[in-house]
Design a protein around this ligand. Structure first.
Ligand code: ZN
Length: 446
């Protein structure tokens, strides 16, 4: 059942009032689902990263072969490598600041070599060390995505070779993907993810290179979901494809292809939307950005100020060659300024992985909350962390029961202190924050 059908069905069958997908059986405004921990989710999306290879150096000549008048950058001047010393410096700073994000590992970067075999130009030992840096220091806080297979030429997945024709029709960034079926895209995505699985990564999603699937989003979403489920067994897949920077337009994740909603085996694909342009250092590391476009020094203007004010997830977007900026680190320095300004002006941000934001949105849209004689019940088709909602129902010592296991909620002083398994009474409103597993939960108490 897709979301539209679900909502239609719910609105016809429910005598109550709909708020999101919450079924209200009692008075109006009984329940309201908030953001996780009642905070604004935030994530740093990094595209075009991989092990060692500077994708701009190796990709530009391949783009130029197809569009000779467009790619005039002096690519030979760009370093061939983005060193692990920089990866470590960057990840260390982010860990200290609590930053979480998405980090691409392009599996066959610009057709230079394979992360699960070798990359000509570097020793096997260097490749192994580079992969180990990402496994050890990135995976705790960063989603690992493939960004299709090469990010340049389309690969014939039967042979592993790039197609012979160098045209937009056979580049991942342009035409090839636009009319493919969900099965065809799913097989292509699975091929890219298998390489990452071979080197020890566990993935919930993918990033599209350039325009991949831009006119074929529904099949892209379904193909991603199937690939992530087949290879890793994850029921909620997600993908990053689009950015929206127009003021006033929603950047909420879009939950697509919901299936088996009532079976205990529900699945979906979540379209994650970036809310900024790359105003760090550009995709080629040749276009210096500006922190003010994200948030000005006085904290009053900038795209992030708008999005955070709207309480929708703020997903910042950059490209790894622009963060390194050929050793000048211009993109990284802009990012540091942005994070420091956010720290100065906000205390309600929540750095989260994309996979956790995706699961939250699936749970937010499809969890059904009802009042029962003894409290509240939540029927959750999707698991998520820190599911946060309000209720008029006040309970002393609330206790969550799931699958026979009981978990007491700890009271905190106010809504800004909500963490997992806590509750608060703030301005006469009751706030609850709980982890959801798939299935029926009851929240009761005296
Ligand atoms: Zn890219």
């Amino acid at each position: 059942m897709d979301r539209r059908k679900f909502l239609q069905k719910t609105s016809i069958s429910s005598a109550g009032v709909l708020s999101g997908a919450v079924k209200l059986t009692g008075q109006e405004d009984q329940f309201k689902i908030l953001n996780p921990r009642d905070r604004v989710p935030i994530n740093f999306i990094i595209d075009d990263s991989t092990a060692l290879v500077n994708l701009a150096h190796f990709g530009i000549p391949q783009f130029k072969e197809v569009f000779p008048s467009k790619y005039l950058q002096d690519w030979k001047k760009l370093p061939r490598e983005i060193p692990d010393s920089f990866v470590l410096e960057f990840l260390g700073w982010c860990a200290d600041k609590g930053v979480k994000g998405k980090y691409s590992m392009v599996p066959y970067p610009a057709c230079t070599g394979w992360l699960n075999r070798f990359i000509p130009g570097w020793s096997k030992k260097e490749l192994e060390a580079s992969l180990e840096v990402v496994r050890k220091y990135a995976t705790p806080n960063w989603d690992i995505h493939s960004e299709m297979i090469s990010h340049t030429r389309v690969i014939d997945i039967k042979t592993g070779l790039p197609y012979a024709e160098a045209s937009g029709d056979f580049m991942e960034n342009w035409e090839w993907s636009q009319k493919k079926s969900a099965d065809e895209l799913g097989e292509y995505i699975a091929y890219s993810l298998q390489i990452l699985k071979d080197v020890g990564f566990d993935c919930d999603g993918v990033t599209t290179p350039g325009g991949f699937g831009s006119r074929n989003i529904s099949n892209l979403a379904l193909g991603t979901k199937r690939a992530v489920a087949d290879l890793f067994g994850h029921r909620v897949g997600h993908f990053f494809r689009d950015i929206i920077t127009d003021p006033g337009k929603s950047v909420q994740p879009q939950v697509m292809h919901v299936e088996n909603l009532n079976s205990g085996d529900a699945s979906c694909s979540v379209h994650m939307i970036g809310c900024t342009g790359d105003w760090f250092g550009g995709w080629d590391g040749l276009n210096p950005g500006d922190a003010d476009r994200f948030i000005t020094e006085d904290g009053r203007a900038g795209r992030l100020v708008e999005v955070i004010g709207s309480e929708e997830p703020a997903l910042l977007v950059c490209h790894w060659p622009g963060i390194y900026y050929n050793g000048e680190k211009i993109g990284f320095n802009i990012f540091k300024t942005v994070v420091n300004r956010l720290d100065q002006y906000y205390d309600n941000l929540y750095w989260m992985k994309l996979t956790d934001i995706a699961s939250y949105w699936a749970a937010k849209e499809y969890t059904v909350i009802d009042k029962t004689p003894s409290g509240i019940q939540l029927q959750a088709p999707f698991a998520c962390k820190d599911f946060t909602f309000t209720s008029a129902l006040e309970m002393q010592q609330p206790m969550m029961v799931f699958d026979g296991k009981k978990e007491s909620l700890t009271r905190v002083d106010n809504r800004s202190q909500l963490t997992t398994n806590t509750w608060a009474k703030d301005n006469g409103v009751n706030y609850y924050c709980v982890n959801l597993s798939v299935g029926l939960h009851s929240l009761g108490g005296i």
